[in-house]
Ligand binder design. Structure first.
Ligand code: ATP
Ligand code: MG
Length: 440
């Protein structure tokens, strides 16, 4: 994209309404704008990041056999009356009445709808397991929406739901999903630590939250630093083999990790002191096994091996996709702006032309730009160099390809790594080779 023509309304000053870094930087970098309390428009740069995150989430869900579908945001209250949650849910549910006086709601989550869809389609235990997911907007009328998209009212969530024959099979599905989550966060370029969680009002016995470490996090966390060093992408797990899943899960849960709500001082004392880490974290994912709660309350049975009705065991698995955009920034920024992990950055690199109109500078910039015009931001504005550098740092492109008259004479490009600040002088071909491998 050519910056001179793009809708990228950056701000020089810090917006007064933003209390935390990620909110400030998302506004300043022209990623989002608030349109009503806790409700945001995603501008082109923000939407690019949101999509990159969603696609990585999608890829890792598909890799463990989950199937994507898309459910509506609007739901009928009748569905929720069947599970008993219509009255139980409280004021976070946005209730709406249509012109025929029918009670509707903007979905805060989709257990009821998916259970109903499952029940209409699946009749026999032989069709189990099923894992279905969507990436869809949710609405929760949070009492205090704050920190930008970190705690919005409308937010983008990946929600998956599993249906299994029995508890053992449901636990296998849970473990597969756990691995998918660990791989997802690693590919997003952040560390999200899985922590044992309270199962709360959803009930059931197995639950983990995934938290990204950041001082602005709402939860206090205690964990064994060994968890930070794991390579989940390299972990060789046979997804179809219970013993292999068990080994992975037992290994992972042998390391202590808990939020303050679940903290156990006695178990914590057994973690070697040099590996004890305390801090704060942002919840970016949450997985549950809750047994037959919905299949029973909504009377959704399949025929079992002996012909008798069988209520499948369920789990649900959320990832806060829009919250992740902010959480990644909280975990990865400096005084000058955002530092995007390459996998989610809005653009692979910025091309900074220091002298627009100079034939050699223009020619080199155009040549670089042509390598990936959809995925590079070419700063071709008639602006001072300082302003261009400041914007590139603010937007957090992993690389800056700086083209000035002095280097251009010799066919050279200055390449700056946003994270390390390191600058090197490269040939145009070397810069092109770099562009080709940034998201590879
Ligand atoms: P929280 O404790 O932060 O209110 P939750 O436990 O109610 O979240 P879940 O029902 O577990 O949320 O939803 C799954 C994921 O959706 C969460 O892990 C979080 O990342 C994200 N999420 C939940 N509420 C919001 C919100 N108001 N704004 C943005 N993301 C949210
Ligand atoms: Mg949660």
């Amino acid at each position: 994209m050519r910056l001179s023509r793009s809708f990228l309304p950056t701000l020089k000053e810090n917006p007064a309404e933003a209390q935390i870094t990620s909110h400030r930087l998302m506004l300043r970098a022209g990623m989002i704008r608030q349109t009503a309390a806790g409700i945001y428009a995603w501008l082109p740069a923000g939407l690019r990041v949101l999509r990159h995150i969603a696609n990585i989430v999608r890829h890792e869900q598909d890799a463990v056999g989950a199937q994507e579908l898309l459910m509506p945001t609007m739901q009928s209250a009748d569905l929720w009356k069947r599970s008993g949650r219509y009255d139980a849910y409280g004021p976070e549910m946005l209730r709406i009445r249509d012109r025929h006086e029918r009670d509707m709601l903007f979905g805060p989550t989709n257990e009821e709808m998916i259970t109903d869809l499952f029940g209409q389609a699946v009749k026999s235990y032989k069709e189990l397991p099923q894992v279905l997911y969507q990436i869809q907007w949710k609405f929760r009328d949070e009492v205090r929406p704050r920190f930008g998209v970190m705690r919005g009212r409308e937010f983008y969530m990946k929600d998956a739901y599993s249906f299994d024959l029995d508890h053992d099979a449901a636990v296998d599905t849970y473990r597969r999903m756990m691995l998918a989550y660990l791989r997802t966060f690693q590919r997003l370029g952040v560390r999200a630590i899985p922590m044992r969680a309270d199962t709360g009002p959803i009930g059931g016995e197995l639950s983990h939250e995934f938290l990204i470490l950041a001082p602005t996090g709402e939860s206090g966390v205690f964990f064994d630093s060994a968890l930070e060093d794991q390579d989940w992408l390299g972990e060789n797990v046979d997804l179809n083999d219970r013993a292999s899943l068990e080994k992975f899960f037992t290994g992972m849960t042998s390391f202590y990790a808990a939020t303050d709500e679940m903290h156990d001082a006695e178990a914590w004392a057994k973690v070697p002191a040099e590996r004890q880490r305390e801090g704060r974290g942002i919840e970016v994912g949450h997985i549950f096994n809750f047994g037959r709660k919905y299949t029973q309350s909504m009377d959704i049975a399949v025929s079992g091996p002996d012909g008798a009705p069988l209520y499948p065991e369920m789990g649900s698995y959320g990832i806060g996709v829009s919250r992740l955009v902010a959480a990644i920034i909280e975990a990865s920024h400096d005084d000058n702006g955002i530092i995007w992990p390459a996998s989610v950055a809005p653009f692979r690199a910025a091309i900074i032309n220091l002298k627009n109109g100079d034939a050699q500078c223009d020619a080199i910039c155009e040549k670089l730009y042509a390598a990936a015009p959809d995925d590079l931001l070419y700063d071709d504005r008639a602006e001072r160099a300082g302003a261009k550098f400041a914007d590139a740092d603010l937007l957090g492109h992993p690389w800056q390809l700086i083209v000035g008259p002095r280097g251009a004479k010799d066919g050279k490009v200055e390449v700056k790594n946003r994270r390390t600040g390191e600058r090197t002088e490269e040939t145009v071909d070397a810069a092109l080779a770099l562009i080709a491998k940034i998201r590879a």
